[in-house]
Design a protein around this ligand. Sequence first.
Ligand SMILES: Nc1ncnc2c1ncn2[C@@H]1O[C@H](COP(=O)(O)OP(=O)(O)OP(=O)(O)O)[C@@H](O)[C@H]1O
Ligand SMILES: [Mg+2]
Length: 242
Amino acid sequence: MINTVLSVDQLTQVVPIGQSDRTTTILKNISFKVQKGELVSIVGPSGSGKSTLLYSISRITRPTSGTVTIAGVNPYQLKPNQLAAFRRQIIGFIFQQYNLIQSLPVFENIVIQQRLSHQQPKRSEIEQLLTKLNFAGQIDGAVETLSGGEQQKVAIARTILTDCDVLFADEPTGALDSVSKSIIFTYFKEMVAKGKTVIMVTHDIELASQTDRAIVLKDGQVQQIVPEPSLEAIYAALDKVV
Ligand SMILES: Nc1ncnc2c1ncn2[C@@H]1O[C@H](COP(=O)(O)OP(=O)(O)OP(=O)(O)O)[C@@H](O)[C@H]1O
Ligand SMILES: [Mg+2]
């Protein structure tokens, strides 16, 4: 049975240029669907609109026009209390720039969502998760003392702890060594095998070639959607970009 979990229809994102009256179109007429249990990659050159697309389809930045449907609802039409529940229960987002609180310990960064919803964090569960993610830092150390790669793992742990149904990840392995990268990617594979859905922006074509489909962006438009992508097929689609 086909079970669409994300539907993006004619999405366009237009933003003002600085303080001027002029505008620029960052995303133009983007449409695609993602099925439950799929691992989809979004690839494209720097500045092609990958992060903007991920924000628009995950209820972070409202598109100028077009519609987004996640798990049967348009998240841009939810009331604030419904949206809070939707964010808590359905979606997760791993930011390209991590968005961690540098002065706080690793543990407190990871449990921040639980603290906000007055749940008691389980330290052993978080220790296990960090071990599984090959985290080499101190759980009680401040985030600012960690390397970029270890910070990225903290950002990943914080999001996947929420056990979301649909995970949006913006360059989640960008700062990782190859062993850690493989561990994180295997974790995503395990998630989709359990019926979760992962949409991942990546510069790593080798990684994208191991996903179910690659959406290739060029200048804010879908250049091609490559099913069961081989390395060659993605490079061929990207080649048309330059
Ligand atoms: N709020 C904004 N206002 C104006 N321009 C923006 C805004 N956000 C993004 N842009 C521009 O839109 C384009 C796409 O940016 P985006 O960050 O989505 O690209 P990206 O594909 O994620 O790049 P990278 O691979 O470097 O992360 C860029 O030219 C960027 O400068
Ligand atoms: Mg980006």
